[in-house]
Design a protein around this ligand. Structure first.
Ligand code: AMP
Ligand code: ZN
Length: 115
């Protein structure tokens, strides 16, 4: 589906809910996470609503490619060559918003394995 009337991130994409947008392209919108976990914590979302990364890749692989390219641009714009990308997928993996989003996290030490 293109947009879901009940979806928070669709509302941010449409401009109906305010967000601190740092990057916008034909396919994606990137905005700061409201509860940042690192000095840089941005969410990159496709404009087209799908519930998770795999669904986005199936619906339009170029959307997923654009998310990765946007994430690099967002990190680079704030001086970060190194960053972590996270797609929480499913409630059991801490996904709380069911519109595909990529967390771009940088500016603090990354531990492995992730929590
Ligand atoms: P996830 O838990 O992977 O589904 O990530 C959802 C993220 O969305 C969380 O990190 C939230 O802090 C973030 N979030 C929720 N509401 C907003 C909002 N209105 N603007 C920006 N980020 C939000
Ligand atoms: Zn949505």
């Amino acid at each position: 589906m293109s947009a879901d009337a009940d979806c928070l991130f669709c509302k941010i994409v449409a401009g109906d809910v305010p967000a601190d947008v740092v990057h916008s392209s034909e396919r994606t919108v990137a905005f700061r996470d409201i509860n940042p976990q690192a000095p840089l914590h941005v969410l990159v979302v496709p404009r087209h609503h799908e519930p998770n990364a795999a669904a986005t890749a199936s619906a339009d692989p170029l959307d997923l490619a654009e998310i990765a390219i946007t994430a690099r641009a967002v990190a680079a714009a704030e001086g970060y060559d190194d960053y972590r990308l996270v797609f929480n997928t499913g409630a059991g993996a801490q996904q709380t918003v069911f519109h595909t989003h990529c967390h771009v996290i940088a500016g603090r030490e990354s531990t492995w394995p992730p929590g």
